[in-house]
Design a protein around this ligand. Structure first.
Ligand code: SAM
Length: 232
């Protein structure tokens, strides 16, 4: 369970109503039962349920059971698509070990708005699901041009570019260090965006294979490719 509270031995940690309901109503835990919690910073901890009611509850923190493990320094930039598919991308990016998730507005972006809080909650759920100790931050939606204008060139961008049609490229030979993967929306990038990406020195285009993948598939494929070659 993710709790946004410092973790230290013997300390009590509050549960909100939803967490208390999940533990007592869904997991059927009783006071005295033990669970594992994490806060994204202090590793995984065993904790004892003290009480869980309608309005909330509390835990007693017992001991650290696993050290903090952060993902490699990989970010995912993507253009939000339909709600369910956007949720899928955030969930998979959290599972596959992205440190930050950055939704961007592009010329052909299908969705003009995102619910950042909802997407952040998906990232938390995904981290809980896969037993991680880290929750990626989901940023607010920003226009792609603005993101590129303010980009720190020390972090390279791996641009999944379907126009490079050909076998999926291995990333052998690419420098280690901070990277971000960039995935376009269902309609792809506009010609103006493609030109800009093409002349930006910190952007490296890459093929994910000869077939045109849906944006959500492309995100997972690119994350897997990167993790296989440059991840840990
Ligand atoms: N522009 C295309 C079109 O409408 O024909 C389709 C875009 S594709 C559905 C969505 C995004 O997934 C692309 O912008 C790209 O980032 C990524 N993508 C899909 N297939 C890919 C491939 N084979 N290689 C690299 N990137 C790919």
């Amino acid at each position: 369970l993710f709790i946004d509270h410092p973790l230290a031995e013997g300390q009590a940690a509050p549960l909100d109503g939803a967490q208390a309901h999940y533990l007592s109503g869904v997991m059927r835990l009783k006071p005295g039962d033990e669970i594992t919690v994490f806060n994204g910073r202090d590793g995984a901890w065993s904790a004892r349920l003290l009480d869980a009611g309608k309005r909330g509850g509390s835990l007693e923190l017992l001991a650290q059971v696993a050290p903090q493990r952060d993902p490699p320094d990989l970010w995912l930039i993507f253009a939000p698509i339909k709600k369910a598919r956007t949720d899928f991308i955030v969930e998979k990016a959290a599972e596959m070990g992205s440190a930050r998730i950055l939704p961007v507005q592009t010329d052909f972006t299908n969705s003009e708005r995102i619910r950042q809080d909802r997407l952040q909650a998906h990232a938390v759920e995904a981290a809980e699901q896969c037993g991680g100790t880290f929750v990626p931050e989901v940023a607010d939606l920003v226009p792609l041009a603005r993101l590129l204008d303010g980009w720190d060139a020390g972090r390279r961008i791996l641009w999944a570019d379907e126009a490079r049609a050909g076998p999926a490229e291995t990333l052998a030979g690419l420098p280690r260090g901070p990277w971000a993967i960039l995935i376009g929306p269902e309609g792809g990038f506009s010609e103006a965006e493609r030109q800009r990406l093409g002349r930006t020195p910190f952007v490296t285009p890459v093929s994910l294979g000869p077939r045109i993948l849906r944006a959500d598939t492309a995100a997972v494929a690119a994350l897997a490719l990167w993790q296989a070659q440059l991840g840990d």
